[in-house]
Design a protein. Structure first.
Length: 181
């Protein structure tokens, strides 16, 4: 069975449990912390995947590292370690967030701008683009990109809405080159 299918099954199980116990937001925020730890800490991944480290040692490391999290999240991590699936933790988190977003009617997006945007600007972008894609709202992450010259570029999933000055200049350049041929 592929890792994506397995990761989705774990995510669905944890998602249903979180929904049943009205802890969706809390578990999602904890899972995002877990994802950050697994994404940035290569040593942890190496230890959890090392064949000579016993399962009990791996589980005690996970218990100690994530002691402040809810029991549901810790138990899921321990189950993944026990079943030698610690390599799919980030996929489980991604699928969990995807299911949570579907229930809320939200979508994660990245907005690129020349300067940090204010809360009012982010709210305005979220409201207008959420309607375009049929969602209630967008959860935006603002990334400063000085190469845009001006305007904003929005990435929602695999779609990009480019309203930046540099993007417009590139489109004009392509149009001029195409007309010259």
């Amino acid at each position: 069975m592929s890792n994506e299918i397995v990761a989705n099954r774990y995510a669905v199980a944890l998602f249903e449990l979180a929904k049943e116990q009205n802890q969706l937001d809390q578990i999602e925020s904890e899972l995002l912390v877990v994802k950050e730890v697994f994404s940035t800490n290569k040593e942890l991944i190496d230890v959890l995947n090392h064949p000579k480290v016993t399962n009990e040692t791996k589980k005690s490391i996970v218990k100690e590292a994530f002691a402040g999290l809810t029991q549901q999240v810790v138990n899921t991590l321990l189950l993944l370690v026990d079943r030698h699936r610690s390599n799919i933790v980030t996929d489980v988190v991604n699928y969990f967030v995807q299911h949570a977003n579907e229930v809320r009617g939200t979508e994660d997006a990245i907005v690129y701008s020349v300067r940090p945007l204010t809360e009012a600007e982010l709210t305005s972008i979220s409201t207008s683009f959420a309607k375009k894609i049929g969602k209630v709202s967008l959860r935006l992450e603002n990334v400063v990109d000085k190469g845009l010259i001006g305007g904003v570029k929005l990435r929602i999933g695999n779609r990009i809405y480019d309203g930046s000055v540099s993007g417009k200049l590139e489109r004009i350049e392509r149009q001029l080159v195409a007309n010259r041929l």
